[in-house]
Design a protein around this ligand. Sequence first.
Ligand code: HEM
Length: 525
Amino acid sequence: MMDLLKKLPKFLKIYILKRSQSTLCENPVKVAGTTSINSSKIKPYSEIPGPKPIPILGNTWRLFPIIGQYDVSDVAKLSSLFYKEYGKIVKLSGLVGRPDLLFIYDADAIEKVYRQEGPTPFRPSMPCLVKYKSEVRKDFFGKNGGVVGVHGEPWKTFRTKVQKPILQLQIVKKYVEPIEAVTNDFMQRMTEMKDENSEMPSDFDNEIHKWALECIGRVSLDVRLGCLDSNLSPNSEALKIIEAAKYALRNIAILELRFPFWRYFPTSLWTRYVNNMNFFVEICMKHIDEAMERLRQKTVKNENDLSLVERILASESDPKTAYILALDLILVGIDTISMAVCSILYQLATRQEQQEKLYQELKRILPDKNEPLTSEKLNDMVFLKAFVKEVFRMYSTVIGNGRTLQEDMILLGYKVPKGVQVVFPTLITGSMSEYVSEPNTFMPERWMKSTNETNRIHPFASLPYGYGARMCLGRRFADLEIQVLLAKLFRSYKLEYHHTPLEYKVTFMYAPDGELKFKMIPRED
Ligand code: HEM
C-alpha cells in the first residue's frame, strides 16, 4: 500500500491519506478476542453480562493469596458456571468495598491484557499482608516492601534488585545438590512413616508441606531448618516454623473469607497472624545475619561460588533486601509448591501407565538409582516435565491470575474502565477446545517437541506461573524442586492409590481434597 502511494501524484496522495484519516472511526479495529470490530460498535461497560449484584456476595468474595479476589470455597465451580451461563466475558459487580471483577474466558483477550500491562503490572494482592507490611510493620519495611503485596515503583525497584540472581540458570543449577539432599531426607522419612500396608499416613500432605518448607529454607535462608527430622521437640525452632507457616499463609483464607473485622480492630486471628509474621521476620533476620557473617569470613569471594543469599548480600549495602526477599519467598513458596506436588503425585499414582513411562525414562537417564542428579540429567527428563505441565493445564494449582487495569481497555468488544480487576481463569481456559486439542484427554505428550502439528495449545490458555514482568519470581526453583522430587522418588519407588477417588477442590489452592494414602513400593532395579 505504501509503495503504491509513493508512485501517485502528490494531490492524490494527500486526498487518499485525508480520506483514510476521516474514515478511521468507521474502519474495523482489532479487538482482543474477536477478529475485528467496528469501533462505533464498541459496547459500554454497563452492558457486560453477569449476575446482578447481590449484596451478600460482597461478603463472601475476598482476596485470594497470590492471584487476587476469589471465593476460596467454590471458586472453581463458580467460575465454570459463570462461563456456561454468560459466555466469554462476565462482570461481577456490586462487591462490598472493592472494585468489580471481570472474568475473561478468552486466551486472545488474556494475551492482550498481559501484553499491555506496562512496566509495573498490578496484581491484586492479599489485603492482610498489605496491612501488615504498610501499616503494622511500616517501621521495618518502610519503602522497601518486597514484591508480594507491593505495587508501582517500589515493586519495580525491589524486583529489579533481586530478579537477576533468582532467575539466573547458573545460580538455580547450584541448588540441584542441596534440593536433592533435602529430598533424600524426605524419602527416608516416607519409608519410616509407612504403615503395615506400606501406605502413607492420612496427613501425608503435611509432610509434603514440610519438604517444601525445608527446600525454601535452603534457598532463601541458606540453612537447613530441620523440619524433616522425625523427633522434633515441642520447643524446637523447626516445629515453631512449621506451625507459623500454616498461619502465615494458609489461614489467610479464613481471615479474608469472613467479614474483615480485623480491618477495624485486632481480632484474635489477626493478632495471631501478626505474631506469626513477626516470628517469620525474626527468623529471616537471624538466618540472614548468620549468612552475612559466613560471607564476611570467606576469604575468596568469587561470584560463581556464592549462594543466592550471598549474592544478594554482596550486592547490597543493607541486608534488609535479603531479609525481605527471604520473607516473600517463604510466604508464597511453600503452599504453592506443596499443593502442586500433592496434585502431581496423586495424578501419577492414579495413572499407572504414565507412571511406568516416567520410570522407564528415569531408568534410562539414571541407570544407577543412587547416582546423584545433575542439571543436564534433569534437562533430559522430557516426559517428566511434560507430565507436570499437563497436570498444571488440567488441574492448575493456582486456578487463575489477575491484573488490575491501569488504563481503559477494549476487551471482547466492551470498553472496560481502568481500576477493574480482570481475572484470567486458567483452570477453564486450559481446557477449552478452541485453544487446546482434545482438552479432556490427559496427554503429557502434547508438550513434547516430537508431537505432531495437529496438536494446538494457545500460549496464553495455560500459564501456571503467570506472565510478563510480574511472572512468578520463584518459578525456576519451583520447577527444580518438583523435578528433583519426582526423579528421586519415582526412580526408586512405585506409588499406588487404593482408596476412594479424590475430588479436586479449591481449599487454598486447587488440589485433591482428601487423604493422600499412597502405597509406596520399592523398585527392584
Ligand atoms: C508450582 C508452584 C508455583 C506456582 C504454580 C506459582 C504460581 C505463581 C503465580 C501464578 C504468580 C503470579 C504471577 C503473575 O502475576 O503473573 C506467582 C507469583 C510469585 N511467586 Fe510463584 N508459584 C509457585 C511457586 C513459587 C515458589 C517455590 C516461589 C519461591 C521460591 C514463588 C515465588 C513467587 C513470588 C515472589 C511471586 C510474586 C512475584 C511478583 O509479584 O513480582 N512461587 N507465582
